[in-house]
Design a protein around this ligand. Structure first.
Ligand code: 5AD
Ligand code: SF4
Length: 454
């Protein structure tokens, strides 16, 4: 009987993909996946540390698996991902029954380390050092038959060199390293051949692809293919693969070259959706966050995008209660929602993160009650805007990539190019198709459409 693994992933798409990759690696060693921890021989908690709440989850999860470990000591229990990187040996001290602590640079070592624990050649193991950027190798692992064959992630870079004052990412994911463009195109071609219809190109700062320090170093050393700009990479993925729709995340507002914006006018495979995290509408706060752009710069980029294609849906990330944020600053963020009218936002209350400039040097002076209140006001305003935008879609046609039955099981669903969730009366045969749907109903979170007969 084959051994089984259970992986619980928290956090962003990059972590999701790391979790998928660990599963693929374990499967290649004969393991099977199980959704039930009690049935598993290997349990991995793939953690996130972006905010305090996310990192607190690792403690409750690992604590929860203690009883299981006492009952079945042979189970291999590991923590992977950003929190593993952030805490390293401290985690093993706090949870002595933990077998493995593996940072994001060492995903490829998961099967060997698991095996070493199994064979008792190691009592426990921890791998949390960063690879030198030039030595870092991206994993070339394609999805297998058991995975979603309609949509896939494709890594184009890792790490971040921006050091925004609130953000832990550079400390847990390391320096920015760009993947060889030929490797990316090859993977896109193979995904297209496998029938994948939509890819999301992933990186912490995808619109700086090919221009970062390590891209340049690698190019000068000539041991990799010459780097190309992000816009050219998008064009090549579109032209050379059978992928039908391309998304990307995350972009930084300080890196918005004309070439990228103009690509939306020329590349029909680009999803009409741009996620551009603004973080705050106040120049004073943006400056303290070390974001490298002003509110006006951000608005200019939005205008340039909308001039190229007014149908592009916009989403953003916003932090409320950053240490220097006054009520007046917060009002600037509220005003920005009215001015831009984002289709959706992801909003967060600031929490100090280890090693970051804000945590070390800025006093967390906005009370938790005030942060919650600002978050509620922000979300109330945005919910209203999102609902109004949804209502404007009624009567329009949207091209939807059908993903399968909805959670309730009563309808089928998929996402429009603009990233709306759309429900409709479909059938199994529609799965994986791009269908033009006529929208007849708008809800606060999703739309309903029907297949247009004529
Ligand atoms: N506190 C709150 N939100 C944060 N984010 C990043 N760091 C913090 C923090 N310390 C948010 C940002 C980022 C998103 C992924 O998480 O908005 O864009
Ligand atoms: Fe964090 Fe800023 Fe890098 Fe984004 S760009 S990952 S917010 S440091």
């Amino acid at each position: 009987m084959s051994r089984k693994y259970y992986i619980k992933t928290y956090g962003c798409q990059m972590n999701d993909l790391d979790g998928q990759q660990m599963g693929r690696l374990l499967k290649s060693q004969g393991y099977e996946s199980t959704p039930i921890p009690d049935e598993a021989d290997v349990i991995l908690v793939n953690t996130c540390s972006i905010r305090e709440k996310a990192s607190a989850k690792v403690y409750s999860d690992v604590g929860r698996f203690r009883a299981l470990k006492l009952r079945r000591p042979e189970v291999v229990l590991g923590v992977t991902g950003c929190q593993a990187q952030a805490e390293g040996l401290h985690l093993q001290k706090r949870f002595p029954y933990l077998d493995l602590v593996i940072g994001p640079d060492h995903t490829n070592q998961v099967p060997d380390l698991v095996e070493a624990i199994y064979q008792k050649s190691k009592k426990s193991a921890s791998e949390v050092h960063f690879e030198k950027p030039d030595d870092y190798r991206f994993l070339n692992l394609l999805p297998d038959e058991s995975e979603d064959s309609i949509k896939a992630y494709l890594t184009i870079m890792k790490g971040c060199d921006n050091f925004c004052s609130f953000c832990v990412v550079p400390y847990v994911r390391g320096r920015e390293v760009c993947r060889d463009p030929e490797e990316i195109i090859n993977e896109a071609i193979q995904l297209g051949e496998m029938g994948v219809r939509e890819v999301t190109l992933l990186g912490q700062n995808v619109n700086s692809y090919g221009v970062g320090r390590h891209s340049e170093e690698a190019r000068l050393k000539k041991h990799r293919s010459p780097f190309i700009s992000f816009a050219k990479l998008l064009r090549r993925v579109a032209d050379e693969s059978k992928i039908g729709r391309i998304r990307f995340t995350t972009s930084h507002p300080k890196d918005m070259p004309d070439e990228l914006i103009e690509e939306f006018g020329e590349n029909a495979k680009l999803a009409r959706h741009f996620h551009l995290p603004v973080q705050s509408g106040s120049d004073q706060v943006l400056q303290s966050m070390y974001r490298g752009y002003t509110r006006n710069d951000f608005l200019k980029s939005i205008r340039r995008l909308r001039r190229i294609d007014p149908s592009i849906a916009l989403s953003t990330d916003i932090i409320v209660g950053f240490p220097t944020e006054t009520e007046k600053d917060f009002q600037c963020t509220l005003d920005l929602l009215d001015e831009v009218r984002f289709d959706s936002i992801y909003s967060f209350a600031y929490s100090p993160r280890p090693k970051t400039t804000a945590a070390l040097y800025f006093k967390d002076e906005v009370s938790e009650a005030e942060k919650s209140d600002r978050l509620r006001r922000l979300q109330d305003k945005q919910n209203q805007i999102t609902y109004e935008i949804h209502q404007c879609r009624v009567g329009s046609m949207l091209e939807v990539l059908v993903e399968g039955p909805s959670k309730s099981g009563t309808t089928f669903c998929g996402r429009s190019s603009q990233n709306h969730m759309v429900h409709f009366e479909g059938c199994e045969n529609d799965r994986g198709k791009f269908l033009p749907l006529k929208i007849f109903h708008a809800g606060p979170n999703s739309l309903r459409g029907t297949i247009d007969e004529c």
